[in-house]
Design a protein around this ligand. Structure first.
Ligand code: DX5
Ligand code: ZN
Length: 230
């Protein structure tokens, strides 16, 4: 893992929904991905945005979209997000009947595939599936709402995944999502995460781009100079 390979992904869940295009552009040049939380009021108790919003927003920013589907039966919708131009489409292990088949469908549609684990889901049963995925999203809260408190115990799953990657068994990006902020991102990076979703910490700040840069600097510092490029 190198500092230059760290991904910071602001979550538009914390943005002003009446100005989504402006809010996306506000982090261009600072962020790596734009995290889009899709919730269906079934898999999680909240309802957010869906495919038409992603299709419209895709035209408004150059940032790659990291779509996080918190929906039942992701097979019904996931590929359409890939076809809408998402860079990465992540669905939940708890909701998918055949995660590997869906990962293949996403790759065939031209996107990367991510597997998400909610708060109460262990990582070990999914390690064998991860070679089929590009991204492992580990929730650091219970999925469903922004602005919740980070749960440090969940970083155990990040450490397990990172150990398997370091041992050469696995190549996957390890993304953390939920409560990631100035006071928690260093612990995430030290545990082995290399992609960081941040909603409130970015869009709750006066200057969202500066907030992204600060988060990145903190994460880089936490992984240490030995991991710096060059
Ligand atoms: C919650 C979402 C998160 C959310 C994070 O279920 O998956 O992406 O936007 O928001 P913060 O950073 O405010 O915890
Ligand atoms: Zn998310």
């Amino acid at each position: 893992m190198t500092a230059s390979s760290l991904i910071v992904a602001p979550s538009i869940l914390a943005a002003d929904f009446s100005r989504l295009a402006d809010e996306a552009r506000a982090v261009e040049g600072a962020a790596d991905w734009l995290h889009v939380d899709v919730m269906d009021y079934h898999f999680v108790p909240n309802l957010t945005i869906g495919l038409p919003v992603v299709q419209s927003l895709r035209k408004a920013t150059t940032l790659p979209f990291d779509c996080h589907l918190m929906i039942d039966d992701p097979r019904r919708w996931a590929v359409e997000y890939a076809e809408a131009g998402a860079y990465n489409v992540t669905f939940h292990a708890e909701a998918a009947e055949d995660p590997v088949a869906l990962a293949r469908d996403l790759h065939a549609a031209g996107s990367r595939a991510g597997l998400a684990l909610d708060r109460d889901t262990l990582v070990e049963p999914y390690l064998d599936l991860l070679p089929h995925f590009d991204t492992l999203l580990i929730m650091t809260i219970k999925a469903g709402f922004g602005g919740q408190s980070f749960i440090p115990e969940l970083l155990h799953k990040v450490r397990v995944a990172r150990q398997h990657i370091n041992a050469g068994h696995l190549q996957v990006r390890v993304e953390v999502d939920g409560g990631v902020a100035d006071d928690t991102i260093e612990a995430c990076a030290a545990a082995g995460a290399d992609a960081f979703v941040a909603g409130t910490a970015v869009y709750g700040a006066d200057d969202p781009a500066a907030a992204v840069r600060k988060l990145r600097a903190l994460a880089e510092r936490a992984i240490g100079p030995s991991a710096e490029p060059g």
